[in-house]
Design a protein around this ligand. Structure first.
Ligand SMILES: *Cc1c(COP(=O)(O)O)cnc(C)c1O
Length: 394
C-alpha cells in the first residue's frame, strides 16, 4: 500500500465536505491502532463477547467424500451474531468511542451489517442510525425488527434504485453533514481511504488465527485459502497474513448469479471494468455508458456492484485469483455441507464451498485447503427453500 492506494486502486474520491472527516479518521486510527490500551480492549471484546478465536475445523467427511484435498473450515459462523461482520463493527465502534463520537451511522443491504452495527452500538452505548434502501426495508422485515430491538433507528432510502448502493450514498451524505459527533461505521473493505485499511485490519484476525491453528494442526501453512467476495472483507481478512507467503494460493469467489453472461450477476472481477464510485477507484459492474449496473445474486451479502481496492490490486498483480460461482452451484453446496457435516452455511459462504467442492477432488491428499465459513445459514433457509420451489410461509 502506498499512501491512500493499493496499486492504482483506492484513493479518496469524496466531495470537499467529506475530506475533513476522512482525514480526521485516518489520523485518529493511526494514533490508536497500536495503542496498547486500545488493543487490549479490542482483544477482550473479541474473546469474551464475539467468542474468538473461532475454530479451524477439519471437515473429515467432506474431505473423504470428495477424495482429494484435506479441507478445513474457518468457523466465523460461530461468532456472536453468526458471521465475521462482528469483528469489524466491534473494532469501529470502539474506535468511534475513543474518538469521542456518540453516534454511529451505517448502510445496510439485506440488513446483516445493520444488525451487527446495532449490536456493537448497544454494547458500547452509542446512538445508532441505519440507512437501508426502501426496497430492502420491505423485503427484510425481520432484520429491521432486530435493529429496532437493539435500539437503532432505521431510515428507508428512496433515491435511485432504493437498494444498497443508494444506502451507501445516503450514509456518506449524512456523515458529511454531521461529522462532529458521528462516525460512519462502514461495512466492508470499500469506500474512501482509510476505510479499506481499517476494515481489513479488524478482519485480519481471521488469517492470523488460521496461520497459528494450521501450524498447530498440520505443522505447516495451508496450500490454498478460499473465501467468498462481496465487498471483500471476510476474504481480505482470511488472506491478509498469507499475502507474503507465496506458497499459499489465495482464491476469492464471486457471485455469478444466474451466470456471468446472463446479465443477472454480481461477478465484479469477471464482468466489471475500472471505475470510480463510493469514494474509491476499483472494478465495478457497469453498463455500456459507464453507469453502475444493477447486480443480482441469490446471496444478499454478495450483490454489491464493486470490489474492495485491495482485492482489485491483488488481482492486477496476480497474487490472488477470483472465480465466479452461480446461484445453482451455491445452493448445491449449501445443501451438501448441511448433510455432510451438519453445518448449515451462509449462502455467501456456500459460494466458496462450491468452488472447494469443484476443485478438491483434483488435488492431492497432501493439499491443505482452508475455506472461510463467513457465516451461518439460518437466515438463508427461507430463500433457498423458495429457490427449490418450497414456500415456508415466513
Ligand atoms: C456480509 C457477508 C458477506 C459479504 O461481505 P464481505 O465484505 O465480502 O465479506 C459474506 N458472508 C457473510 C456471511 C456475510 O454476512
Amino acid at each position: 500500500m502506498q499512501g491512500t492506494r493499493f496499486g492504482q486502486h483506492g484513493g479518496q474520491y469524496v466531495p470537499e465536505t467529506l475530506m475533513p472527516a476522512v482525514i480526521e479518521l485516518e489520523r485518529e486510527y493511526v494514533r490508536l491502532k497500536d495503542d496498547p490500551e486500545f488493543k487490549a480492549e479490542l482483544k477482550e471484546l473479541f474473546d469474551n463477547y464475539a467468542g474468538r478465536p473461532s475454530r479451524l475445523y477439519f471437515a473429515r467427511r467432506m474431505s473423504e467424500d470428495l477424495g482429494g484435498a484435506r479441507i478445513y473450515l474457518k468457523r466465523e459462523d460461530l461468532n456472536h451474531t453468526g458471521a465475521h461482520k462482528i469483528n469489524n463493527v466491534l473494532g469501529q465502534a470502539l474506535l468511534a468511542k475513543k474518538m469521542g463520537k456518540t453516534r454511529v451511522i451505517a448502510e445496510t443491504g439485506a440488513g446483516q451489517h445493520g444488525v451487527a452495527s446495532a449490536t456493537a452500538a448497544a454494547l458500547l452505548d452509542l446512538e445508532c442510525e441505519v440507512f437501508m434502501g426502501a426496497e430492502d426495508v420491505e423485503r427484510q422485515a425481520l432484520n429491521v425488527y432486530k435493529m429496532r430491538l437493539l435500539g437503532a433507528q432505521v431510515h428507508p432510502v428512496t433515491s435511485g434504485t432504493a437498494t444498497l448502493k443508494d444506502a451507501v450514498s445516503e450514509t456518506m451524505r449524512e456523515w458529511s453533514q454531521r461529522v462532529h459527533d458521528t462516525h460512519y461505521l462502514l461495512g466492508s473493505v470499500m469506500g474512501p481511504h482509510p476505510f479499506p485499511m481499517i476494515v481489513r485490519d479488524f478482519q485480519a484476525v481471521i488469517s492470523a488465527e488460521i496461520k497459528e491453528q494450521c501450524l498447530a494442526a498440520e505443522g505447516r501453512l495451508p496450500d490454498s485459502v478460499l473465501a467468498c467476495v462481496g465487498g471483500g472483507s471476510n476474504a481480505i481478512g482470511a488472506f491478509y497474513h498469507f499475502i507474503e507467503d507465496p506458497s499459499v494460493e489465495l482464491i476469492g469467489i464471486e457471485a455469478a448469479g444466474r451466470g456471468v453472461d446472463s446479465g443477472d450477476t454480481a461477478a465484479t472481477i469477471t464482468t466489471g471494468r475500472l471505475g470510480i464510485f463510493h469514494g474509491m477507484k476499483s472494478y465495478f459492474c457497469q453498463d455500456e455508458y459507464g453507469q453502475i449496473a444493477p447486480v443480482y445474486s441469490i446471496s444478499a451479502g454478495l450483490d454489491y456492484p464493486g470490489i474492495g481496492p485491495e482485492h482489485a490490486a491483488l488481482y492486477d498483480s496476480g497474487r490472488a485469483r477470483y472465480v465466479p460461482v452461480t446461484d445453482e452451484e451455491a445452493v448445491q453446496a449449501f445443501e451438501y455441507l448441511s448433510r455432510m457435516e451438519g453445518i448449515i452455511p451462509a449462502i455467501e459462504s456456500a459460494h466458496a464451498l462450491a468452488y472447494a467442492m469443484a476443485t478438491a477432488p483434483h488435488l492431492g491428499k497432501d493439499h491443505i485447503m482452508v475455506v472461510n465459513l463467513s457465516g451461518r445459514g439460518d437466515k438463508d433457509c427461507v430463500s433457498v427453500a423458495r429457490y427449490r420451489g418450497e414456500d415456508l410461509h415466513e
